[in-house]
Design a protein around this ligand. Structure first.
Ligand SMILES: [Fe+2]
Length: 206
């Protein structure tokens, strides 16, 4: 039987476990929306500060360096990038967030800076191509190519990047441990595009 050559359009996602020290990230540095209503599972559990990485310039620099490495190895886009917003998500026992994407950004990512166990709830990433398919047919086998929903198990210092249009959600925390993660968005800076689709962020706010 002849082997088919794989041809595909990929949503490029990357993951790496950092060797660097990220212990300076401290959720106690920030305020969070708090409530005591057990009937509310889907809550906005992110830090009120949406630029938390401004407090940790070394961590911000590290994440940007890793994004440039990800771009060089896999994404292969021209130009420069910087982090716009960043926040810490705090999931207590019995809480989760609704499935969502991120707007006004190009790429998004997460750094799992805390301690986790095998019972820590996963992050679900949904295959964007499934929105285009008109038939629902179950997979015989889930692979990184055909998955409908991909689950990532948090581990300390795991850093992931994904396109901001990918719908995702952290699943419900069923453990007594608080599940922390640091999320961030990347935007292109300087000149990008071409022709009448050109843009240059230096054109604005002079
Ligand atoms: Fe998110």
């Amino acid at each position: 039987m002849k082997q088919f050559e794989l041809m595909m359009f990929a949503s490029v996602m990357g993951a790496v476990v950092l060797d660097e020290d990220t212990s300076e990230i401290n959720p106690d540095d920030f305020d969070f929306f708090e409530h005591n209503n057990p009937d509310i599972l889907d809550v906005n559990v992110s830090s009120l500060d949406k630029r938390v990485l401004e407090k940790y310039p070394n961590i911000k620099k590290l994440i940007i360096e890793k994004f440039y490495q990800f771009n060089e190895q896999l994404l292969k886009k021209c130009g420069d990038f910087d982090i716009s917003t960043s926040w810490i998500t705090k999931l207590k026992k019995g809480t989760r967030t609704v499935v969502h994407d991120h707007r006004n950004c190009f790429y998004s990512g997460l750094l799992y800076f805390s301690d986790y166990t095998d019972e820590t709830s996963t992050l679900s990433l949904r295959n964007p191509l499934s929105q285009l398919e008109k038939f629902y047919i179950e997979n015989e086998e889930d692979t990184p190519i055909n998955f409908q929903e991909w689950a990532i198990q948090p581990q300390k210092n795991l850093l992931i990047f994904f396109p901001s249009y990918i719908m995702h959600k952290p699943n419900e925390n069923t453990t007594d441990d608080i599940r922390y993660s640091l999320a961030f968005n990347f935007v292109p800076t300087g000149f990008y595009g071409g022709g009448d689709s050109s843009n240059n962020t230096s054109w604005y706010n002079k």
